[in-house]
Design a protein around this ligand. Structure first.
Ligand SMILES: [Zn+2]
Length: 70
């Protein structure tokens, strides 16, 4: 099963699609956990590591200062 299949069928009520969706969310959680351990967070736009206190993403320039609020 490829990415194209997933993109076309992700809205369907299918066990395989649910499993993939869950896996994608899990990967995202793990990624965010790694970002926090490195002292930053994932850019909401491109997913690159943004150091704590940075106002803009160094990769894409997205303004990200508000994501550091608790
Ligand atoms: Zn970015």
């Amino acid at each position: 099963m490829g990415k194209k299949y997933y993109e076309e069928h992700k809205d369907e009520d299918d066990e395989c699609i649910k499993e993939i969706t869950a896996a994608v969310l899990r990967i995202k959680e793990i990624s965010e956990d790694i970002m926090q351990k490195k002292g930053g967070k994932a850019c909401p736009k491109c997913g690159a590591l943004v150091k704590d206190g940075s106002k803009f993403c160094s990769a894409c320039g997205e303004k990200i200062d508000d994501i550091f609020e608790e």
